[in-house]
Design a protein around this ligand. Structure first.
Ligand SMILES: [Mg+2]
Length: 359
């Protein structure tokens, strides 16, 4: 079945950007630093640069990539700290774990930023829940942008930083975009911005009114992309890093349920269709995963991995049933159930033979 054209304008993309991430983590862990200018990065006495400045430090004109020595000139009483990447990575993992409760379509852009894909659900509600949980569980703030494509979602998250929550709906584009400075378009860095300024193009509106032919002759495909962004058009997909090396099925239930037998019935149905897919491609599997989404949209997945590959419908069904019965709480109604096999063994994959095996 083809998706209706309406889907294109659904608010299916959330962009989440942690606010002044490294500095915020340090302020969280050193309460004395809260409310004070904190600069994370190279030493102000050396040649290092600023990684992140807290919002208090930004008021002195300090920003990332600025030489730390210059930052010290601007604000001699700022607290300078070296970056603690191990710590920030650990926090970033926890942020991701919160995302994973709501979606498995996640494209991380950097340690503190990601796109999330939310299909056929209320992205605004999910955005609010994620923001709330980041605050409650990690004591950090994030800015959330929601729209119908990646470019606009990222633009939105930047509009009310810090601690922002911004939605750009299709009807908002005409009001928001034209007045923005040209550097807000993806692909416009300092150099391009400078060239546009020389042409008298300062805002997105200036660009849209400029001679298209000239722009395309001069910048080629890049100009075409910029003109699309300038109108709020972006067809790029959310790129999840995880390779889709799995076969699975899921379904949203007609009515939410807590009935175990009903859910087991779905697993039986999935086992049948998944194993016929496996058979068609001559695949075996080692891992079975059951996924549940509760009525509050929280997702949990539970997996079981075998040492030796399996392939039968019966093994698949019994494993799924075992996971559901023993490892998933049905303490609140379920709205979606899914089942997946992964760690697939391909037919021509040589079985690894170790020296011991030969002996
Ligand atoms: Mg950030």
């Amino acid at each position: 079945m083809k998706k209706s054209p309406l889907c294109k304008s659904a608010l299916s993309v959330i962009h989440i950007d942690m606010d002044a991430f490294y500095a915020a983590v340090e302020q969280r862990d050193n309460p004395d630093y809260r409310g004070r200018p904190v600069v994370v990065g190279g030493s102000p006495d050396g040649r290092g640069v600023v990684s992140t400045a807290s919002y208090e430090a930004r008021e002195f004109g300090i920003h990332s990539a600025m030489p730390a020595a210059k930052a010290k000139n601007l604000c001699p009483h700022a607290i300078f700290m070296p970056s603690n990447m191990e710590k920030y990575k650990a926090v970033s993992k926890k942020v991701r774990a919160i995302f994973e409760r709501y979606t498995d379509i996640i494209e991380p852009i950097s340690i503190d930023e990601a796109f999330l894909g939310i299909e056929d659900r209320d992205s605004i509600e999910i955005g609010r829940l994620i923001k709330k949980q980041i605050k409650k569980e990690l004591d950090l703030t994030a800015s959330v942008g929601i729209s119908y494509n990646k470019f606009l979602a990222k633009l939105a998250s930047d509009m009310q930083k810090p601690d922002g929550f911004t939605i750009i709906r299709p009807e908002d584009v005409k009001n928001i975009l034209p007045g923005l400075p040209i550097r807000k378009l993806w692909g416009v860095g300092k150099k391009t911005e400078h060239k546009f300024h020389q042409l008298g193009i300062f805002t997105i509106d200036d660009l849209l009114k400029y001679d298209r032919k000239f722009l395309i002759e001069r910048w080629g495909n890049k100009a075409l992309d910029l003109l699309k962004y300038a109108q709020g058009i972006d067809h790029s997909k959310i790129e999840t890093s995880r390779e889709a090396k799995s076969i699975g099925e899921e379904t949203t239930l007609r009515e939410n349920t807590q009935d175990k037998n009903e859910l087991i019935g779905y697993l039986k149905m999935f086992s049948k269709s998944i194993s016929s897919d496996l058979l068609a491609q001559d695949l075996k599997f080692r891992t079975v995963t059951v996924k549940i989404r509760y009525e509050d949209f929280k997702i949990i997945t539970r997996s079981k991995t075998y040492k030796d590959p399996l392939y039968s419908q019966r093994d698949l069904y019994l494993t799924g049933k075992d996971i559901l019965q023993n490892r998933i709480y049905l303490h609140k109604p379920v709205r979606l159930i899914g089942m997946q096999v992964s760690n697939l063994i391909y037919p021509n994959e040589p079985i690894q033979i170790t020296f011991q095996d030969i002996i």
